[in-house]
Write a protein that binds this ligand. Sequence first.
Ligand code: C5P
Length: 237
Amino acid sequence: MEKREALYAGKAKSVYTTDDPDRLILEFRDDTSAFDGQKVEQLERKGMVNNRFNAFIMDRLKESGIPTHFESLLSDTESVVKRLDMLPVECVVRNYSAGSLCRRLGVEEGLALEPPTFELFLKNDAQHDPMINESLAETFGWATPEQLQLARELTFRVNDVLKKLFLDGGILLVDYKLEFGVFNGEVTLGDEFSPDGCRLWDSTSREKLDKDRFRQGLGGVIEAYEEVGRRIGISFD
Ligand code: C5P
């Protein structure tokens, strides 16, 4: 697989074309950002840790029959993925209250949410990723009702697989964000799953083991990501 030109650079990952028109290379960088890119730092080893974390999770999801773009690890910080036509929406499931849900509704952090909630946001930095719904997505052509229905079903199937995987390691999957695209007509999980895009708490102490450590200046960010990884069976050596 030959790396060609840079296609896109996001806040923490870069995407490259390859000699195969249906495959891209995702590079996980050490850059870490929060609050719409207002807080940015380089955290040593983050690219490597998130690349391996994502590969492990995507493999578990694939084993459970969830279509994902992930193909293989290419290097410490790079993976080969299928080239999707991305839907410009973010799908968020919450098992416990935290983050923007608490701010928006004025509820306390840590409430068990039964059933888990599902929210849609528009990927639009200039508008700060506003919350949307299926009606707005259909009217503005961001995704069809059928695509959104599939994305929602897949997002909840991911919850069933990952809630158990993390709980077996003594960790609560509090919430997470997924992005989907279309490959050969099939709605397929894209982007990444790492502690950058989810909340993970120790199930006993409720210590935060995810990007909230960076957002809240708690320190030990990558150490926490590695701790989660070790507890669910990922090796970072
Ligand atoms: O900020 P909020 O509480 O809505 O985030 C819900 C979940 O989605 C969190 O795990 C957060 O890390 C993730 N998220 C993300 N990227 C965004 C927005 C939210 O990874 N742009």
